[in-house]
Design a protein around this ligand. Sequence first.
Ligand code: ADP
Ligand code: MG
Length: 358
Amino acid sequence: MNDLAVFLNALPDGIVAVSEQHVVLFANAAVYDTLGVLPGGMTGRSLSDCLKDQNLLMQLDKTGHESFLTLETDVNYPRKLRLRIKIVPLQEKSGEPGSPVALFIFTDVSRELSTAESRERNSKLETMRLLTAGVAHELGNPLNSIIMKADLTERLVSKLPDSETKAKIEKDLDVIVSESERLKRIVEDFLKAARPLSFRPVETDLKKLCERCLAVMEPELHSRDIAIQQYLSPVPPALLDEDLLRGAIINVIRNAAEAMPEGGLMIVRLETEGDFFKLSIRDNGTGMSEETAEKIFDPFYTTKQTGTGLGMLQIKRAMEAHSGTIEIKSRLGKGTTVTLKAPLRQSETHVLDSPEAE
Ligand code: ADP
Ligand code: MG
């Protein structure tokens, strides 16, 4: 065994190197712990043939290895686990057939939740919860008054005869209104993150919900020179929490928009895949670095000057409440695709309401 293999076998994460055709070239010792298969039994076989968990298989089946990707999913095999899967395309390909083109890294994050670091992260979040809930709540009312008064003043000023002073006041009022509105959004984000999650699923037409989210965001997208292509297939009505999903979808759209400062193209696709819905939002914006992809779900992590770093957290909470997943596929300089997936649980009222059910 060479030194590198000894090193890889000492790591707690399952690591699998695959060829262009997804044939396993190498698997380290920890794949036994994370995937429940012996490393020796994997080499030479196609990766999907080695995966025993159906959910994981479904997640990885259609996944390519051309771009950096992180996703999290619950698996039942070898035991109940939350797995984080990272796909790392290898930059320097030798081009020879049978040479490695990508690494799949499987991390048991259910175990991670009990580490000191995440305990610290949770207590940080808990403290912030209490603090922000108080402060943000207090900020809401004065902010609303400021916005209202500025609106009124704007209307009064517009009636004054044209002058240089009038133009200057109008410009300043614009700044006051737009900055206060931004502040209001930040306060709302903090309040949402601070509130304990409530999950109230109702029968929902997801296609309509997506259309409504796009309609809300349309003016902002338009003003940013962003074109939207939407391919929304009807999805069977299912029990979903509309508020949580609306928040999640709008956050994904907003992040996509903010990643395209010079304008661009956003492609929104909604499909049914077995018993799941799959909503993907793709942008051709800045993409994200490996570091960002790693930290994207950390509370308060932001690369934006005016960001809160709470959007992804909100998306994650919403998807976890639906037993769903978020998949992020990103290439620096090329763009990002965020895919939300969750099971479409059918409402039981259908059964109760049917005439046979008397
Ligand atoms: P915020 O938007 O306030 O920065 P988020 O939690 O929504 O906070 O996002 C965290 C970070 O993830 C962003 O600052 C950005 O760096 C990155 N990010 C999220 N979505 C995208 C995207 N579509 N393209 C590029 N980077 C993104
Ligand atoms: Mg955001």
